[in-house]
Design a protein around this ligand. Structure first.
Ligand code: BGC
Length: 248
């Protein structure tokens, strides 16, 4: 069975049909740049462009880089336009896609669900925390495989700063930090999350998961196992489609 997955990020809107049995993209993904400002209207246009690229006419699962409650209402918008707050995203995207059935879920939660089912978290019990390092820091918390949604651990305070402003992948690029310097910040962040939740496993997702060997060797003193995400940057697309398949 296939469902279309779309991952809306701070820099790109990516999508593809997803093979739900394999937990993988059924076709190569297509991406458009996230508009700036990333207003609901302009993002919805980008989503339509991605979906129309495939001539898709079935169900569509979408991620959003902020808190999503009740499967539709956007509550926060740290890295997109603030006019998203209180938007009914399900209605917005459904209308823009000509009435196709749509679901909306937080981007890190989607990536986490994909990794727990098809990637680095398969069969893992206990407390597992997936963190995505990109424009911001996203989090997905699992207890015995069950998701606790909208945890927003990227906004924990770290040395008086919003953690994602210090330790996201964007912070590394904007600050022109070496991998080692950035890894040091990530280590402090992981130590803080570990102090709060004592997870057995950290899964590191987002675009940096492809470059894990550049920074993971510099991270020390964390008791939990730390592994890169296996679906890498496709986890959000796959998780969005899985969420839609669950009939949310
Ligand atoms: C948002 C989260 C999101 C993360 C990654 C954060 O700024 O608050 O909801 O998961 O960025 O996109």
């Amino acid at each position: 069975m296939q469902i279309f997955g779309v991952d809306i990020g701070g820099s790109g809107i990516k999508g593809a049909p997803v093979d739900l049995d394999k937990g993988d993209l059924a076709e190569e993904r297509f991406k458009v740049l996230t508009p700036h400002p990333a207003t609901p209207d302009r993002v919805a246009d980008g989503v339509r462009e991605v979906v129309e690229h495939y001539g898709w006419s079935g169900p569509v699962g979408l991620t959003f880089p902020g808190v999503v409650t009740g499967g539709s209402t956007i509550r926060t918008a740290a890295n997109v336009d603030k006019s998203w707050i209180d938007t009914n995203a399900r209605t917005l995207f459904g209308d823009r896609l000509g009435g196709l059935p749509v679901t909306v879920v937080n981007d890190a939660d989607a990536a986490g669900v994909a990794e727990m089912n098809f990637g680095a978290g398969q069969g893992r019990k206990g407390t597992v925390v997936l963190l995505t390092f990109g424009t911001g820091i996203g989090s997905a918390l699992f207890v015995d495989g069950v998701l606790v949604p909208n945890t927003e651990l990227g906004h924990l305070e770290l040395h008086g700063h919003d953690a994602e402003k210090r330790a996201s992948s964007k912070a590394r690029e904007d600050g022109d930090l070496t991998w080692e310097h950035w890894a040091h910040r990530v280590q402090k962040y992981l130590a803080h999350v570990e102090m709060l939740f004592s997870p057995e496993l950290f899964i590191i997702g987002g675009g940096v998961s492809r470059k894990a060997q550049k920074f993971l060797p510099h991270i020390e003193g964390i008791k939990a196992e730390i592994v890169p995400a296996q679906l890498q940057n496709n986890a959000g697309i796959v998780g969005a489609a899985m969420h839609a398949a669950q009939g949310h």
